[in-house]
Design a protein. Structure first.
Length: 162
């Protein structure tokens, strides 16, 4: 059974996530080719954003390099079995990392190439960030599936996908 959605101290979580990001980014740059775009995109990347304390990274690659990048990441990380997998998107987890690590591999320009856009919108709009934090507060202590469904709907509305 999946744990419930629980908010943690954002300041401490951000420090831990930033430190892990530095290490993982260096590892990914060694593992993958130089044209890769690696970004810290989760709540711990956004000042003032409430968080459950994990680190989310998006790795953006050209469509031509997607398959080889996916194969390289699959040798280093576990696949996120709870996530979709397509010809332009694949999700991985660092189960040996603390905080928990999620790595989303996307083909640039593909249908899942939006994670960084959502993070940029949160950074640039205090009102949007306030509404996102309100959603997180409303689901604090709730089951993870309910939180994820509400979060996904919020992101889709924000990015104009609904």
């Amino acid at each position: 059974m999946e744990p419930s959605f629980e908010l943690v101290d954002s300041h401490i979580a951000r420090e831990k996530a930033d430190a892990l990001f530095e290490r993982v980014e260096a590892d990914l740059r060694t593992l993958l080719h130089e044209e890769v775009d690696i970004r810290h995109i989760g709540a711990t990347a956004i000042a003032g954003c409430l968080t459950k304390g994990d680190l989310d990274i998006v790795v953006r690659v050209s469509p031509e390099r997607f398959a080889e990048s996916e194969a390289a990441l699959a040798k280093r990380f576990s696949r996120n079995s709870g996530s979709v997998r397509t010809e332009s998107f694949s999700a991985f987890e660092g189960n040996d990392c603390h905080p928990h690590l999620g790595v989303q591999l996307v083909a640039i320009g593909g249908p899942h190439d939006f994670f960084h856009v959502f993070a940029e919108r949160l950074r640039s709009s205090p009102d949007l960030l306030q509404r996102y934090n309100a959603l997180k507060r409303a689901y604090n202590g709730a089951d993870m599936g309910s939180y994820r469904a509400a979060k996904d709907a919020f992101i889709e509305r924000t990015l104009g996908k609904q």
